[in-house]
Design a protein around this ligand. Structure first.
Ligand SMILES: *[C@@H]1O[C@H](CO)[C@@H](O)[C@H](O)[C@H]1NC(C)=O
Ligand SMILES: *[C@@H]1O[C@H](CO)[C@@H](O)[C@H](O)[C@H]1NC(C)=O
Ligand SMILES: *[C@@H]1O[C@H](CO)[C@@H](O)[C@H](O)[C@H]1NC(C)=O
Length: 243
């Protein structure tokens, strides 16, 4: 009942990083994996006499370096006037591979025309920083109870999902001069308008279920590395046992 993992040299490495307490005949758990271990792996099973039947499966393992910090929102003020242009960035620093970024405005994915894509920046140890710009004209309808919420999320496959939210206040027009009538639009109208378009902001800190699970898994894998199985960034951790 021999189990062999290729490339052969890495068997030695496996022996060093194997967490025996958490490993058994159907899965291996490794500690302190390094990006250099990303490779294609095959595990082979051989039966004893009389059949000497052998079989093997192959899978790709990617070792992922997760960002240390949640995505950072920059150059966005805390107050905007309606009809002012909001223009800022979101960056996720130092991961391998680079994180995918998305912008969400009041609970809705930003349109392509509102995004500015920047090339990834290469960092040390083959890590990368991704940046996604957001630019749009702030309109009265964006504010509900005087607030506009923008959120940037960063993800790496199904192993990592983190987001940062910024709440922006509506800057009211200057107080009217004594003789001038007050502004023509009022909150009642805006709130109604807002409800009509059925915009709803998801509950704070409530990630989609799937993502929540991924974050947990990420923590379980020491926060630094994770395995991949069928698709890229999922996980192979598989040794086959003989019958
Ligand atoms: C191996 O360990 C995993 C996780 O602890 C468990 O789900 C699985 O059933 C175990 N398999 C065997 C063959 O013991
Ligand atoms: C956004 O980031 C890019 C790339 O780092 C930079 O060139 C650009 O000036 C930034 N824009 C803003 C509004 O911060
Ligand atoms: C980013 O998104 C693209 C398209 O959905 C996907 O192919 C790629 O694997 C993603 N990259 C990461 C690091 O999650």
């Amino acid at each position: 009942m021999l189990v062999g993992c290729m490339p052969l040299v890495l068997m030695v490495v496996f022996a060093l990083v194997l967490q025996q307490r958490r490993s058994n005949w159907s899965q291996v758990v490794l500690k302190r994996v390094l990006p250099a271990l990303s490779d294609q792996y095959s595990c082979e099973v051989s039966a004893d006499a009389p059949s000497f039947h052998t079989d093997f499966v192959t899978g790709k393992m990617n070792v992922v370096d997760l960002p240390v910090k949640q995505p950072q929102i920059t150059n966005i003020k805390s107050r905007y006037r309606p009809d002012e242009t909001l223009h800022g960035n979101c960056s996720s620093h130092n991961s391998r591979p680079a994180a995918n970024l998305t912008w969400i405005i009041n609970g809705h994915l930003a349109k392509n025309s509102q995004l500015i894509r920047y090339p990834r920046i290469k960092e040390q140890h083959e890590k990368e920083t991704s940046t996604l710009g957001l630019r749009f004209l702030v309109e009265p309808r964006h504010f509900t109870s005087g607030r506009l919420k923008i959120r940037c999320s960063a993800s790496i496959g199904n192993l990592y999902w983190q987001s940062t939210e910024k709440s922006i206040e509506e800057e009211k027009p200057r107080p009217p001069q004594p003789a001038t009538p007050s502004p023509t639009y009022g909150n009642d109208v805006l709130d109604k308008d807002f409800r009509d378009t059925n915009r709803r902001w998801p509950e704070m800190n409530k990630l989609p279920e799937e993502h929540q699970r991924s974050v947990d898994e990420t923590m379980a894998s020491n926060g630094a590395a994770a395995w991949a199985a069928t698709a890229p960034w999922s996980l192979l951790a598989l040794l086959l046992a003989s019958r």
